[in-house]
Write a protein that binds this ligand. Structure first.
Ligand SMILES: Cc1cc2nc3c(=O)[nH]c(=O)nc-3n(C[C@H](O)[C@H](O)[C@H](O)COP(=O)(O)OP(=O)(O)OC[C@H]3O[C@@H](n4cnc5c(N)ncnc54)[C@H](O)[C@@H]3O)c2cc1C
Length: 420
């Protein structure tokens, strides 16, 4: 049996290792298009901070790790999949088409490039690959003027790295708050205040309209009437599943590759895992793209077992967002923006940057948002994931929301089947 793993990020690597563990004799070939060994994008901020060298981003530190597991590696960019012939076609002529018995597509996401005049100028970079990180490191020097477009998940994560490089930083976000797709209005507003208190200029409800070359700098025109001169623009306006190359493949896609609970795509011998998928949301049963690394790892484990002929299935992708924005920890889970017909409770302490909100549907906790504390994170996740009927504990929580641990111990522990 020949397995091809297309993509060598966290999803590809975990799937390849899982197949090897379950099928010691099968042939496994992992393909990646970037110049470096398999690495973790999550480690890029630490590289920018100077806390690690490039080798610190590598997913497996032992250079012979994949050889020892008899996982072959190939460097090349695939430009098309012929699902009917079960073949991958490469961009360059040097590589002949390759056939597979089973294929995993784990090609991740690509950054969204907003249609702004000047977006392709030198000095405008995404922060997605190691190559991007090196380009940013060259321009983001102490005292450099940096404009970051977008204050979403990735945007907030890289703020710390940029701040540590002592740049003069401006963040421009078109939403009405920071992290609008992960945080409630109050929580996002609190994060904005925190970031401003650390010396970062933040414009929300503002768009970048145009970027023009201005001598050795860039002149950036904003929708609020201001024009800023900067040395570097970082485009962090979101990512989308990397599926362009699948256009003529016959595989069913929407925003991402549609997969079932075994991570199987619309062809019985083709699977997908990680950022590239559109799977089922645990909370709503609707399709969702959940582009975070824990999701990639879990889907890869399930895909690997399934491809090796075993049985594993997903309970659905749960939204779990934990964010560190210049030292302020925030999190959101499940239906954090509320469920139709549900109710909620909220505690706000703006002065101390603390926020806690629970969302209920009936007597079940379905979502939560926190700012400024980490102590409840595991318990909130557990209560939401277990769909525990809280009974009288719901009323306790409405009065004292931070008693989540007590509610968990009283109700969810007794019903621990979800953990098995
Ligand atoms: C700066 C930064 C910080 C982040 N921080 C966090 C965090 O704190 N927490 C978190 O959960 N997530 C974080 N993420 C997101 C996380 O990195 C992704 O969710 C994760 O990388 C997804 O893994 P993946 O294997 O699906 O895709 P990827 O890691 O994107 O890997 C896909 C691989 O496929 C290869 N590939 C793509 N197309 C082709 C092709 N046509 N031919 C051959 N090879 C191809 C790519 O080169 C790449 O190596 C961060 C991302 C960035 C950029």
């Amino acid at each position: 049996m020949k397995h091809i793993i297309l993509g060598n990020g966290p999803a590809g690597v975990i799937a390849a290792e899982t197949i090897r563990k379950n099928s010691p004799l099968d042939e496994i070939l992992m393909i990646g298009s970037e110049d470096s060994p398999p690495y973790s994008r999550m480690a890029i901020p630490y590289l920018l901070m100077g806390n690690i060298q490039e080798s610190g981003t590598y997913l497996r530190k032992d250079a012979s790790h994949f050889d020892k597991l008899k996982i072959d590696q190939l460097h090349g960019k695939v430009k098309a999949l012929d699902a009917q012939k079960k073949q991958l076609i490469f961009e360059d002529q040097q590589h002949k088409p390759i056939s597979f018995d089973k294929l995993l597509v784990a090609t991740g996401s690509v950054p969204v490039r907003p249609p702004i005049s000047g977006i392709d100028l030198p000095g405008v970079h995404s922060c997605w690959t190691l190559e991007d990180a090196h380009a940013i490191a060259k321009l983001a020097k102490s005292g450099s003027r940096v404009l970051q477009m977008g204050a979403g998940f990735i945007g907030c994560i890289i703020l710390e790295a940029l701040a540590s490089r002592k740049v003069e930083l401006t963040v421009v976000e078109m939403g009405d708050r920071m992290v609008p797709r992960m945080m409630t209005e109050l929580a996002g507003g609190m994060i904005k205040q925190w970031v401003q208190s650390k010396g970062v200029q933040v414009f929300t409800d503002t768009r970048v309209q145009e970027i023009i070359k201005s001598g050795s700098a860039l002149s950036v025109k904003l929708s609020n009437g201001k024009t800023l001169e900067v040395d570097l623009v970082i485009s962090a306006t979101g990512v989308k599943p990397n599926i362009e190359f699948l256009k003529s493949s016959g595989l069913e896609t929407n925003t991402g590759i549609l997969v079932n609970e075994h991570m199987q795509a619309s062809h019985p011998d083709i699977y997908a895992a990680g950022d590239v998928t559109e799977s089922i949301d645990f909370s709503t049963g609707q399709r969702i793209v959940n582009a975070i690394q824990p999701n990639a790892a879990e889907q890869a484990r399930i895909a690997g077992i399934s491809m090796a002929g075993g049985h594993a299935q997903s309970i659905g992708a749960m939204q779990i967002n934990v964010l560190d924005t210049l030292g302020l920890i925030s999190s959101s889970f499940g239906l954090w923006s509320g469920a139709k017909g549900g109710d909620h409770v909220e505690i706000i302490d703006s002065e101390r940057y603390k926020y806690f909100r629970l969302e209920f549907l009936g007597d079940v906790l379905v979502g939560a948002t926190t700012v400024g504390s980490t102590e409840h994170i595991g318990v909130l996740r557990g209560l939401i994931q277990s769909k525990t009927a809280l009974g009288e504990w719901k009323n306790h929580l409405l009065k004292e929301p931070t008693q989540a641990m007590e509610a968990y111990l009283a109700k969810a522990q007794a019903q621990s089947a979800w953990m098995n």
